[in-house]
Design a protein around this ligand. Sequence first.
Ligand code: GLA
Ligand code: ZN
Length: 678
Amino acid sequence: MKAKFKTMLYGGDYNPEQWPREVWQQDMELFEKAHLNSATVNVFSWARIQPSEETYDFSELDDIVDTLTKSGKQIVLATATAALPSWMVKRYPQVARVDYEGRRHKFGQRHNACPNSPMYQHFVAELTARLAQRYGKNENVVCWHINNEYGGECHCENCEKAFRVWLRKKYGTIPALNRAWNLAFWGHTIYEWDEVVLPNALSEGISRPDGEEPGSERTAFAGMSIDYRRFMSDSLLNNFRLERDTIRQYDQDTVITTNLMGTYKGLDYFRWAKEMDIVSWDNYPSYDTPWSLTAMRHDLMRGLKGAPFMLMEQTPSQQNWQPYNSLKKPGQMRAQSWQTVAHGADTVQFFQLRRSVGGCEKFHGAVIAHAGSDQTRVFREVAQLGEELERIGDTMIGSRTEAKAAIIFDWDNYWALEYTSGPNQDLKYVDQILRYYEYFYRKNIAVDLIPVDGDFSSYDLVVAPVLYMVKEGMQEELESFVAAGGVFVTGFMSGIVNESDNVHLGGYPGPLRALAGIWAEEIDALAPEQSNVVLFHDGTSSPCEMLCDLIHLEGAEAVAHYGQDFYAGMPALTRNHFGKGVVYYIGTVLAEEGLKQALGLACKEARIASVLEEETELEVTRRISEQIAIYFVINLKERALPLPKVFAGKQDLLTGRTAEEGEMLQKYDVRIFLEQNA
Ligand code: GLA
Ligand code: ZN
């Protein structure tokens, strides 16, 4: 297989089939001016290349591929299977999904094929085979882009049947299923496989605590709903694998990907990544998304395979689908793009190259605006970045991020934590992970986001916030990591349930109890207007909120205790020796300063170092290869900030200028420094 890209791809989604031919030529000229070297085509052209069940027509796609090839562009070729042609839904209505409320959808929209429809699978395989046969050996096709942003769910009868098959394979017998889902609760015991129904608004969906209608987030049986999520993720993954394997019959060389969506909840991306040659993802922060969250999503996407990834989409200027689609300010797109590369991207691609004339995305930004010219601010910024990437981008391809600290991210836990009824509806998985991530982000400490079954041994510090579900084997893995000298941080809402969402009996945090050396007897829930205070034994204090574990020490020492309520004086933060290592248990949702202090202790204990010694509010990251280390210094703050002293006297790759001591980086300024490894 072609291992990696020879050049850093700079391009994006391009839909020439929506335009007359004269425009294509203008596009080629403009792409040249913008230093674009690639285009992603055929994302939504199924109706175009298969106008009826019996006919395929590749003449237009041939011309598109030709046009791009002649102008020397590398092509990311999509398989077009994410939007169904009208004839298919008319003739085979079962290809369309049934939603959570049980309504069968009609023709329309996109990303809405039933993943378990044999008809859909049949047409997908046919189309993909033809595409791979026709274009797989084309030198300019450098990447296959399967489908588009897989996601969502289906509740049709076919899926229900497939769910039963999936369950049977997993549990084997009805009694095992009854036990796993604890169906003795509310007398839901089943006797035959065909009594299993999909958990949705017509079955196990329950109202939210605020009294709103059932939503897919609430269920009477979390274990059942988590299995449904796993099943749906697998069903869609099977669609991906079907296309991938079909392509591989005709093309053994070209890398295959599908565009993921960061912290998107619906799919277990760690499972997906195992099936993908390279991870790619679409980054759409809104005007108020913290840069730390964007950074975390990049790190998660890099963590999926522990390897560089593709940025498949970002907008050069604005979106259309958010409530407030602010423009990216001058320099912001460039800073955002370099941030992406800094965190491990080997491509920078846009949605979209030309702004569409109609449909719901006509207000979505593009390299070429409705004015159709290169005389726009956005075009100039795209061209500037293009020039920079052309000049120095390839130096970075394939280089890696080296981290000694890791945070566990796990989709089973994401689902389980948010399905729970109680103790506090405000507890959200990604929010909590982000709060811990931010500590590392602000200190410019490289951190990997790793799966629960990752290899912990290459890290000195592993942090597992809200590790609510502890699956089989995990206790042993964590214990051997700590016993060998690792530092482990966990805390409230951890170790509570097993993989079927049944409680680990014997006291919280279940399998983590010996490791943490504590017993959490009760969990208090605090409403938004309530808080407590945590008193550290060095005399400092910090507010805390949302949840408070009432902790008894069982070998651990208390590092801080609660200051208020009937549990004032009980431990809130503990430290335990286990083998050669140490475990911190953070029993409550600490305010920023408290969390900083707690994680500071753990980092010190694990001797975790920042990318640079000097404290700075600039974002500083490093990618390394055998020969070089590249430092990315970016100002994502509202005000000018001084360049850290260590970079003085070094040459900035972007401008060729030697950096001076005390020089200021304005908002969105970027500097890149390269060091040869000794
Ligand atoms: C997604 C899709 C694209 C487009 C963009 C708009 O990422 O993959 O087709 O709709 O959103 O932001
Ligand atoms: Zn279905």
